[in-house]
Design a protein around this ligand. Sequence first.
Ligand code: NAD
Length: 466
Amino acid sequence: MANNKTFLKSVNQVFDEAASLLSLPDDLALKIKLANSIYKVNFGVRLRKNLHTFTGYRCVHSEHYEPVKGGIRYSLSASQTEVEALAALMTYKCSLMDLPFGGSKGALIIDPNRWKKDELERITRRFTYELAKRDLIHPSQNVPGPDMGTDENVMAWMADEYRRLNPTEIDALASVTGKPIMLGGVDGRTEATGRGVFYSIIEFLNNDKDRKRSKLRPELDGQRVVIQGFGNVGYHAAELLYESGAKIIAVIERDGSVVNKKGIDVHKLKKHFSRKRTFEGFDGYSTARGHFLSKDCDILIPAATEGVIHKDNAAKIKAKLIVEGGNGPITAEADKILQKNGITVIPDFYANSGGVIVSYFEWVKNLSKMRYGLMQERDQEKRQSGLVDALESMTSKSFPSDLKEGFIKGASEIDLVRSGLEEKMKEGYHAIHETYHSDKRIKDFRTAAMVIAVKKVAETYNYLGI
Ligand code: NAD
């Protein structure tokens, strides 16, 4: 696995390429590329009769839009350079997908599985206090969300701690996204990143020009998929692909893999993994891991951590399409090898943008204090119902009963969130596709996506006069 310095170098290398293609002046390019600030905190929490010191980071990459946005990761391998690379990716992701945020990212060096729930809550609340003191969590300045090792429960503690520290702040709930629905979350946030990965694959397969180059069939049915990481992103992507007829032939986790060439039952695997926190005991389990990345398959989805496809294993990859569910899974050196071998890569800051897209919906919901669909749902139902009645009386035939309920039903919050997410993923894909095919100097989708993102950030800086 490549290290965190390689990760930051890889992100910056793509940025440099895009800046050069756009002929950006060096001073402006440097301003955009470097993180604006990085905060490191060492704080203590008394637990199990000892004072434990934890190290946390929050990096603000670009404030050309505020609030800045980006997840908080709980991981033992987190570091300052990793957080800087992830914050930069957030700037480019929000810019590419036209979301009104600058980029940020945070991390706490911790193994969340080592601590009991009440201990994790105390640690999280203390970390939140440190961030809130410096406005590094704030509804109009810096809005964290979930990432590796954190979930809706951690987000609930953070939002609640921020609210306690700011009892008169009417927008306190908008200080964090990825919260549970009863605490101001939005329906569909948990599945959003995996669902976005799924939509990106559908867009690719629907686009004949791009798809034909990769020699993939247009139907998802029967496509052989390998997934690395069975957490939030990997599981939801796997579930949607499985339910659409794709064959998940291998899932690689931290302590082993499950392989089945006939296809894995993703629901059963999820049940097993949720109960045992390991794949051990599941049909097709082995302790082998890394080499399954190069298993013969149609689509490979690395959805775990960065640097897993590097110069030493890239040449062995047999997938026709790689979709980066996780952030930074492919190093810059590996990217060149894959390109040479004709393997298409759908880049992370597009493919996994579903999370921040739906976080944007949640933030807007929190500011508006109203759930999506509240004003339209019944009205829509009445109109559709009237239309069915009119059609039935005009034709003297009954509306097909299997379609009637779905046709009449007004759009609920989950319907609207999924529709908005699908629309954004479609828009994003088409922007990348257009840019890629419009300039022969652009050799892959990642560079095309970066050109779009950097152009917009640079234009904003030019208007702002910085
Ligand atoms: P998660 O903690 O829910 O799941 C990660 C899974 O990967 C875990 O099950 C873990 O055991 C496994 N894993 C870790 N290292 C591994 C390795 N070397 N080999 C195999 N498996 C390994 O995290 P997540 O939220 O699913 O995030 C995964 C990736 O997606 C990260 O890169 C994250 O930054 C990115 N991402 C997440 C979101 C989100 O909304 N959660 C949004 C955008 C990007």
